[in-house]
Design a protein around this ligand. Structure first.
Ligand code: G1P
Length: 279
């Protein structure tokens, strides 16, 4: 079982300025629920109870969200608004939250390595709240933790097909089929944000990972790659060379809420589905 989910949430969210000048981008709401709460609820549905967040000094609102707020709670007690805090109340009661700060913005790989003390020596999930996923059945992380039970010593990345001109936004993988599996592949090559002509395929990694703790030793040795940052894609590539990384083509829809277009698309989708309480 995967018990810990790591949320790298230290980034500035500069694509959403000025909104993100004083509000963490993870606190921007789709309808009435912030992205980070959707993310934590997805992790809970996958069986995680330990929520580990890699934050920065500008992200205090995230910690406050997963805490009590006595003034508001008392002022709406017994009124019709009480129900609005039930969901977050359940989350706070069912999970533990730990935080550590990433002092320098040196990439997703660096953020994950910063989270090592919160994770310990067991396989863990990584969930990027920008990638909001919705599925009528099991959530994407639930689908992946079920696979982890069958492939406990592999890392697993969620992938989806993207238009070839978008490869520069993602980690892109080359894969080989895995006998008797239709949506699961062995990763043979990984490239962080390649130009279309250099991309090994049009299968992009989206923000859901199951990682084994051996990734930390590799991350410690990983040199800065694309954009001068320490990339999780580069660290995983080393494990892929040993056949230890699987790519899972997940069931469900993914919205890139790190972009204004994706954010609006998600808002419309959740509004028309009447789904603000469900992922
Ligand atoms: C990160 C990863 C990238 C992955 C993407 C998924 O990029 O570096 O490999 O495809 O998340 O959203 P970012 O979006 O943080 O630039």
């Amino acid at each position: 079982m995967i018990n810990t989910c790591l949320f790298p949430v230290a980034g500035y969210g500069s694509r959403f300025l000025p909104a993100t000048k004083s509000i963490p981008k993870e606190m921007l709401p789709i309808l009435t629920k912030p992205l980070i709460q959707y993310a934590v609820e997805e992790a809970m549905k996958a069986g995680c109870t330990a929520m580990a967040m890699v934050t920065s000094k500008y992200k205090k609102a995230i910690e406050d969200h997963f805490d009590t707020h006595t003034d508001i709670e008392q002022s709406i007690a017994g009124s019709s608004k009480e129900v609005l805090l039930e969901g977050i109340g359940r989350v706070i009661k069912s999970c533990t939250f730990t935080y550590t700060r990433q002092l320098e913005m040196k990439g997703l790989g660096h953020a994950i390595l910063t989270g090592e003390p919160l994770v310990g020596n067991a396989p863990f999930a990584v969930l990027l709240p920008d990638d909001l996923c919705s599925n009528a059945g099991d959530t994407v992380l639930q689908q992946m933790t079920a696979l982890h039970v069958r492939y406990p010593s592999h890392c697993i990345v969620a992938v989806e097909e993207i238009p070839p001109e978008e490869t520069h936004k993602y980690g892109v993988v080359a894969v080989e089929p895995l006998v008797s599996e239709s949506a699961l592949f062995v990763v043979t090559e990984m490239v962080e944000k390649p130009e279309p002509q250099d991309a090994p395929s049009n299968l992009a990694i989206i923000g859901r990972y199951i990682l084994t703790p051996e990734i930390f030793a590799i991350l410690r040795e990983t040199k800065p790659g694309k954009g001068g940052e320490i990339q999780i894609t580069d660290a995983l590539k080393q494990l892929a060379q040993q056949g230890k990384v699987l790519a899972y083509r997940f069931k469900g829809r993914r919205f890139d809420c790190g972009s204004v277009d994706g954010f609006v698309e998600a808002t419309n989708f959740f509004y028309t589905q009447g789904k603000q309480n469900e992922i």
